[in-house]
Design a protein around this ligand. Structure first.
Ligand SMILES: Nc1ncnc2c1ncn2[C@@H]1O[C@H](COP(=O)(O)OP(=O)(O)OP(=O)(O)O)[C@@H](O)[C@H]1O
Length: 441
């Protein structure tokens, strides 16, 4: 088995450029038995790429080398990581060690400096900063909510890292709610609730991510209730994230829900176009990747739903550029994101936007192109134009054309007006968010 993989490595190192070899083949680990060979890829992207581009060649090499057809699978994972993390798991509630010894669970890559701020997260960031400067006394608990992949984990870890920077001895624990649940289960099995309590109640800062996972788990909720009370009473900071507003949480006891509202509750919204561009530029800068604004705009227009996917798209483009040895241009990005684009264009056409907005405001689709200027139809039309700018690749003149041959300055005016109104008028702001969500599917 080892011999086979070594043979593949040798062959690929000759057949590919060093960059291609290092990016795609070298990170793979091979495991094998009678049944076949499993190649472990470090992430989904490498996994997919290897499957698409190299699997048939690997199969060929295996056949030649072993003299028979071999079943080869490319799967996610790294063999050596598993035992280490399993060991870490079982230590989850060992007596708290000073955080500097690396048991905080914090990832130093998540900090305030690389967290891009915009309208979508301004308040959340300001609150987070306050809490990091005055843990235990500014807002307790801090409850951050928002959709998937919008930066909740990044933001709360940034708080933890800053607190740690100010006080190397602070006892901090960042934990995903699922892990907390399994700690409770283990404490239950081993009858070690005292250790469990001692650990969680002794923290200076508890960061608990995605608390919606507590839903329906009453023993976990009970334990958390005690930990929460003990920490808040001792003026130790608690920070919670969730995918919904506390009152909308399902399956969580009322006494917890009401406590979540004791401090400050802040939302993180999906970022608007310019902020998505800023995030891409920041990520590129962090990794010294030459990314032009035109390419950043192009990618940001494709990926509207969440920042994690935005990052994924950037990684894809960068990998594609490395792989092909070409600079990052809009054309290259188009090629790299081809599959994604196909899905997007199917989903969001300008006709789709016009129809959805017309249905929402209960007006006729024809009003989207009509010359009528009464408020009842003009506002939905402006809304549809603003959504088209946000969600499609069309230029302002193209959008104008699609709305009954209007001038591009009319479209620009519509976009600005909607932007203003979103800041002043909560109903319109909500309409915008609902329509956006509906269109993104
Ligand atoms: N404002 C931002 N600036 C820079 N990077 C961001 C920002 N928002 C999100 N990200 C990045 O997007 C990725 C996803 O963010 P994160 O994991 O914090 O999302 P989340 O809201 O916790 O998601 P989930 O609901 O899945 O737990 C991370 O790599 C994070 O660094």
């Amino acid at each position: 088995m080892d011999g086979f993989w070594q043979h593949c490595l040798d062959r690929f190192s000759k057949e590919l450029t060093p960059q291609q070899f290092n990016t795609w083949i070298k990170p793979l680990k091979a495991e094998g038995d009678e049944e076949g060979v499993r190649l472990l890829a470090p992430n989904r992207f490498v996994q997919q790429w290897v499957k698409d581009k190299f699997l048939s060649r690997i199969q060929q090499l295996a056949e030649t080398q072993l003299g028979r057809p071999v079943n080869i699978e490319v799967v996610l994972g790294q063999p050596e990581v598993r035992p280490a993390s399993a060991a870490a798991e079982s230590k989850a509630f060992a007596p708290a060690k000073p955080a500097r010894e690396g048991h905080s669970g914090l990832n130093p890559a998540f900090n305030f400096a690389n967290f891009v701020t915009g309208k979508a997260n301004q308040l959340a960031r300001a609150a987070a900063m306050q809490v990091a400067e005055n843990p235990g006394s500014a807002y307790n608990p801090l409850f951050v909510y928002g959709g998937v992949g919008l930066g909740k984990t990044h933001l709360i870890q940034a708080i933890g890292n800053l607190v740690l920077e100010h006080n190397r001895h602070a006892k901090i624990s960042y934990i995903h709610a699922e892990r907390y649940v399994s700690d409770v289960v283990r404490a239950y099995q081993h009858k070690s609730f005292n250790d469990f309590k001692r650990y969680y109640h002794s923290l200076d800062l508890l960061l608990i991510d995605d608390i919606q996972f507590f839903a329906g788990k009453s023993r976990t909720q009970e334990e958390f209730f005690y930990a929460f009370n003990a920490l808040i009473e001792a003026q130790k900071q608690v920070i919670i994230t969730c995918d919904t507003y506390p009152k909308e949480m399902q399956g969580i006891e009322d006494r917890l829900v009401s406590r979540f509202g004791w401090g400050l509750t802040v939302a993180i919204e999906p970022p608007e176009l310019e902020m998505r561009v800023a995030i891409l530029l920041k990520k590129a800068e962090g990794e010294t990747i030459a990314l032009g604004e035109d390419v950043a705009f192009f990618i940001a227009k494709q990926i509207q739903s969440n920042v994690r996917e935005l990052e994924g798209a950037l990684k894809r483009v960068v990998a594609y550029s490395r792989f092909t040895g070409q600079p990052i241009t809009v054309d290259l990005a188009k090629e790299a994101l081809k599959d994604l684009l196909a899905v997007q264009t199917r989903q969001i056409s300008i006709e789709n936007i016009q129809k959805t907005v017309a249905d929402y405001y209960k007006i006729k689709v024809a009003e989207m192109y009509s010359k009528k200027r009464s408020r009842v139809v003009a506002r939905p039309r402006q809304m549809a134009m603003a959504l088209a700018k946000e969600l499609t690749q069309l230029s302002l003149p193209d959008i104008g054309d699609a709305f009954g041959g209007r001038d591009h300055t009319t479209v620009l005016h519509a976009c600005r007006r909607i932007e203003e109104l979103r800041n002043q008028d909560p109903t319109l702001s909500r309409d915008f968010a609902v329509l956006m969500q509906t269109l993104r599917g």
